[in-house]
Design a protein around this ligand. Sequence first.
Ligand SMILES: [Fe+2]
Length: 187
Amino acid sequence: MTLRDEVERIWPELEWIENDGLREKVTACWVRAFERSPLEPEDLSRIPFTLKVPDCPVSFLAHKRLVVHVARQSGLSIRELFGEALPVDMDTLIAGAILADVGKLLEYEGDGTGGTRQSMRGRYLRHPFTGVALAMEAGLPDAVCHIVATHAGEGNMVARTTEAWIVHHADFMTYEPFVSRLDASHS
Ligand SMILES: [Fe+2]
């Protein structure tokens, strides 16, 4: 199986991108990221999606895919109920959501004991920065690169597009409960 086949296998959501050229660039960007990463496609189902939650029960791939699903459903609902009051470009939204964390392939490294840690490069350049470098190199439109650039906390410093706001919240709403959550079962 080629690396490209592996990328298409782990990312069935690529099919949601309607524009053939855009889908190709998103796929090629992930392939290039794996070529430069110590991680293999199968590692993404094993490693945690964040290093900030001890014993995180959700894998990298499960979280990344959920963000794409939540972002897409949000975009569809906004379109259905708000229409032209808040336009959403679905291809840009889905491409940006799939690529948001591609830079993590250059942020993580193996710790030598089967675990994962942030690499020195990752400390210098968190994944929004390396992700934008990869996305620009793959020729992705600026509107998609913008989502990669602003999806995390760094993006709080600039004005986000509608699509970038959606991806930002899809990402954080599926992350923050693992960091801080009211446990109502002990009332
Ligand atoms: Fe991220």
